[in-house]
Design a protein around this ligand. Structure first.
Ligand code: ACO
Length: 319
C-alpha cells in the first residue's frame, strides 16, 4: 500500500498582536464577553504590506526545514485560503514563485475554515495515486482584511496566520483516511457576500454569519466527522490520542469533545492566542502540538474542520 505521511510542519503568525483589551477601544465589547463566549484572548494581525502568500512562505520554509527537504523536492503545492493575494493567479502559484521552483502543479482550495482539511485530503489522494511524491500543503489567511471592524459580532472572532505541512510518499501510514462533506444549502449562514464587477465591489465583502446557527451546525457535523473517521478505521473514540479541531470557538470545541466523550486533555487548543484563523487554524494547532512534544510517533491524531459553505471534514493520521 502507498500512504502519505506528514514529515514536517511549520507556522507563522504576523508580528502585531491585537488583544481583547485593544478591541475594547475599537468597538462596544469587553475582554470578559470575548473570553467567556469564544475563549479568545488575542489574535495576530498582518502588516499592511503582508499578503497571504507572504505568511504562507514563512510557514512553508519552516515546514520544509523540519522535514529536511528543499523546495525542489516538492512536486505539488496546494494552498487553502479564503483571502488570496488577488483574484488570480492563485496564491499557490505566487507561493511557488516565492519558493523559487517551477513546473509542479500548484493550486488553491477554497473551502473556508475546512480548507486545510480539503487540501490535505487532496494531496493525500495525489500521493496515494502515485501522481506525486512530496507535497506542500498550506493554510494561510488574512481575515483582518474581510472583517467589518465596526461589527462587534464578527470582528472579535478572527485572526491572521499560516500553517504548513510537508507530505511524502510512504509504505506505512500516515494518513489513514479522509472524509469530506459539503451542503451548499447553508450558503447564506456564513458568508462574505461580495464580488468584483467592472472593477467595482458588488455586495458586502465582509464576514457575515448567523452565530447561533453556525454554532449548532458545527457541533453536529464535527461529531459526525469524527465518528465517521473512527468507524472507517475500526477504532474507538478512546483510540484517539489527539483531536485537533478547527479553532473557531472554545464552546464549540468543548461541546464536540463532550458529545464524543473525549477528555479536553486530548484536545489541542490554540484559539486563545490565535483567534479563528480559518484555513490556517488546524495546521497552526498541529505545528504547536508537534513542537511542544505532545504528539508522539504511533499516536492517532484526528484533524477536523467546519466552515462556510457549509463544508466539513476530518483527516485521521497515525503519527
Ligand atoms: N461584545 C459584546 N457583546 C456582543 C458582542 C461582542 N463582541 N457580540 C455580540 N454581542 C451581544 C449581542 O449584540 C447580543 O446582545 P443583545 O442580547 O443585547 O441583543 C448578545 O451579545 C448575545 O448575542 P449572541 O449572538 O446571542 O451571542 P452568543 O452567545 O450566541 O455568542 C457567538 C455569539 C460567540 C458568535 C456565538 O454565536 C458563536 O460562538 N457562534 C459560533 C460561530 C463562530 O464561532 N464563528 C466563527 C466562524 S465560523 C467557523 O469558523 C466555522
Amino acid at each position: 500500500m502507498t500512504y502519505s505521511r506528514v514529515i514536517g510542519t511549520g507556522s507563522y503568525l504576523p508580528e502585531k498582536v491585537l488583544t481583547n483589551h485593544d478591541l475594547e477601544n475599537m468597538v462596544d465589547t469587553s475582554d470578559e464577553w470575548i473570553r467567556s463566549r469564544t475563549g479568545i484572548v488575542q489574535r495576530h494581525i498582518a502588516a499592511a504590506n503582508e499578503t497571504a502568500s507572504d505568511l504562507a512562505l514563512h510557514a512553508s520554509r519552516e515546514a520544509m526545514k523540519a522535514a529536511g527537504v528543499t523546495a525542489g523536492e516538492i512536486d505539488l503545492i496546494i494552498v487553502a485560503t479564503t483571502t488570496p493575494d488577488m483574484i488570480f493567479p492563485s496564491t499557490a502559484c505566487i507561493l511557488q514563485d516565492k519558493l523559487g521552483v517551477r513546473g509542479c502543479p500548484a493550486f488553491d482550495v477554497q473551502a473556508v475554515c475546512s480548507g486545510f482539511i480539503y487540501a490535505l485530503a487532496t494531496a493525500d489522494m495525489f500521493i496515494r495515486s502515485g501522481r506525486c511524491r512530496g507535497a506542500l500543503v498550506v493554510g494561510t489567511e488574512i481575515y483582518s482584511r474581510i472583517l467589518d471592524w465596526n461589527d462587534r459580532s464578527t470582528c472579535v472572532l478572527f485572526g491572521d496566520g499560516a500553517g504548513a505541512v510537508v507530505l511524502t510518499k510512504s509504505a506505512r501510514p500516515g494518513i489513514l483516511s479522509s472524509h469530506l462533506h459539503a451542503d451548499g444549502s447553508h450558503k447564506n449562514i456564513l458568508s462574505a457576500p461580495g464580488n468584483i464587477c467592472d472593477g467595482k465591489i458588488q455586495g458586502r465583502p465582509f464576514v457575515m454569519m448567523e452565530g447561533n446557527t453556525v454554532f449548532k451546525f458545527a457541533v453536529k457535523v464535527l461529531e459526525e466527522a469524527v465518528l465517521e473517521a473512527v468507524a472507517e478505521n475500526n477504532l474507538q473514540i478512546s483510540d484517539i490520542d489527539w483531536l485537533i479541531p478547527h479553532q473557531a470557538n472554545i464552546r464549540i470545541i468543548i461541546s464536540t469533545a463532550k458529545k464524543l466523550g473525549l477528555p479536553m486533555e486530548k484536545v489541542v487548543v490554540t484559539l486563545d492566542r490565535h483567534g479563528n484563523t480559518s484555513a490556517a487554524s488546524i495546521p497552526l494547532a498541529l505545528d504547536t502540538a508537534l513542537r511542544d512534544g505532545r504528539i508522539r510517533p504511533g499516536q492517532h491524531v484526528l484533524l477536523e474542520g467546519v466552515g462556510g459553505g457549509f463544508t466539513w471534514g476530518a483527516v485521521l493520521i497515525r503519527w
